[in-house]
Design a binder for this molecule. Structure first.
Ligand code: HEC
Length: 188
């Protein structure tokens, strides 16, 4: 009975401390003073474990198709580059003001850190309370896999290759020419 009472008192005290922290304004939500040390570790470890445990069952399709990668590149340039950057391209001012700052998805470590299934899960579901949106609300799984196919190639691209690809895609959209081959010409 005594043990039960002391456990109960401890729980009540902890809940009270929680309320005091919440309502007193002790927590600074400013992005200019981002969390560090223990808080940062708690947040990033929670995020990583959440993604790992949810991405485990996802079946990964073949991501090597040229067409997939091309489609993915179009999406990346219009939807992701501003926040995540690209070879030779800086992230936008908006992205610099986010906490955490969006990681450079074009760096080799990204491929080592995250599997394709994990990247797919993150892109589809987003990451709560960061700037990372859930693209699954507006895009099909197929479209998201195309983006992942491109993400797996991105770290091997040079700044020149990316520039060329980007300008070809943009001019293709304006209807002047389609990027790379004649295969697509019938679409115009
Ligand atoms: C408005 C900014 C923004 C846009 C646009 C955006 N992201 Fe993100 N993304 C983020 C932020 C911020 C994080 C870091 C979240 C974290 O670390 O908890 C992130 C993390 C990620 C990660 C995990 C990588 C890592 O190392 O943590 C992947 C994968 C990712 N984004 C893919 C994409 C893709 C693909 C697109 C485009 C379809 C995209 N993002 C568009 C802000 C953005």
């Amino acid at each position: 009975m005594k043990i039960f009472l002391s456990v109960l008192v401890t729980i009540v005290v902890l809940i009270l401390i929680g309320f005091i922290v919440m309502y007193s304004g002790a927590v600074n939500v400013s992005v200019l003073e981002p969390p560090s040390g223990l808080t940062k570790w708690v947040l990033s470890t929670t995020m990583e474990s959440s993604v790992e445990s949810r991405a485990g069952d996802i079946d990964v399709p073949d991501l090597t198709g040229e067409e997939m990668i091309q489609e993915g590149a179009e999406h990346y340039i219009s939807m992701c580059q501003g926040c995540h950057g690209a070879p030779g391209m800086e992230i936008s001012e908006m992205a610099k003001g986010l906490e955490p700052i969006p990681p450079h998805l074009y760096e080799e470590e990204e491929l080592e850190e995250w599997s394709p299934a994990e990247q797919f899960w993150i892109t589809k579901h987003g990451i709560m309370m960061t700037g990372m949106p859930a693209w699954g609300t507006t895009h099909s799984d197929e479209e998201i896999w195309n983006i992942i196919a491109f993400l797996r190639k991105l770290p091997q691209m040079s700044a020149e290759e990316y520039q060329l690809l980007s300008s070809e895609i943009k001019s293709g959209k304006e209807g002047e020419s389609h990027w790379e081959d004649e295969e697509h010409e019938h679409e115009h």
